[in-house]
Design a protein around this ligand. Sequence first.
Ligand SMILES: Cc1cc2nc3c(=O)[nH]c(=O)nc-3n(C[C@H](O)[C@H](O)[C@H](O)COP(=O)(O)O)c2cc1C
Length: 296
Amino acid sequence: MAKEDVLPAIHGGGRRILAPLRGVTIRPFRRVFADAIVQSGFVEAITPFIAANQGFDPLKDRELGSAEAIPVTPQFIGKDPAALRASLERIVAAGYTTADLNCGCPYPMVRNKGRGSGLLRTPEILRQMLEAGCQTMGPGRFSVKVRLGVDREDELLGLMRLFNGFPLRFITVHARTAAEMYDGPCHRGMFAQIISLAKCPVVLNGDIPLTGEVEGIPPGADVMIGRAFIRSLGDREDIGELLDRYIELSRQELCGERPVLCRLKELLAYWKDLPRWRRRWQIAKRACSLREFRVW
Ligand SMILES: Cc1cc2nc3c(=O)[nH]c(=O)nc-3n(C[C@H](O)[C@H](O)[C@H](O)COP(=O)(O)O)c2cc1C
């Protein structure tokens, strides 16, 4: 299958996918920041993970539903192939044509239960999940997001034969182990080996900036970017206006000020080191009401 068949190209280089960040790149965020997402060259977004379960209803799910500026791929987390199949059948019926499986969530309470990165330690269940995904979505329509391993950087290499047995759309590799969580240097040296072994396109992920070259990322590579994009938003001229809209949409969706404040604080925390936000963040993080919080 040619790469072009599975991901649309963007002008001048590799394709850019917006990373799923639970609590951050959620549907109202994608709506409010749609222009920034498009201007930054993203051609697709993966949703933060949704639990794959038998009762899943895409029409009631907060992550899905409205038309968006760029194509959106729902991401599922779980370890029950039948539940994944049922969830995927429902998103297909709702009109979605692609889906992604979370094989990367590093939190011990998730991975110790065999979900997220825990799937890397249960290859037979992983195989059944890939089978369920590829059969239900169809060839070239189901992707996976993985870590290099649970606590060793070479675990994924040993699983590539398994992944290669399925007609995956792409495999996104966050160049850390689950044990490393989100910090410390990425092991970009592993990318070349994974790309050489993979039968499907590989999307590179982990601390990739929005501009400039990075060692270990070949020019023109397909990349997934999360936190660098979120950080860049703090410097936008229109950020006050956008935040006001984000508050408004969040108030419509959530009950009371407290959850809205939590959501907004999580976003502003990405900007705490930007000169423009350093003092404002000190005030915003202590705010107990939206009135106190509006520091822009
Ligand atoms: C707050 C937060 C939430 C995340 N939620 C998800 C998620 O729902 N699904 C997923 O596959 N990865 C999730 N990730 C991982 C990111 O998608 C990405 O792999 C990681 O942040 C590294 O990329 P970056 O350095 O470009 O942000 C999350 C990361 C963070 C920091």
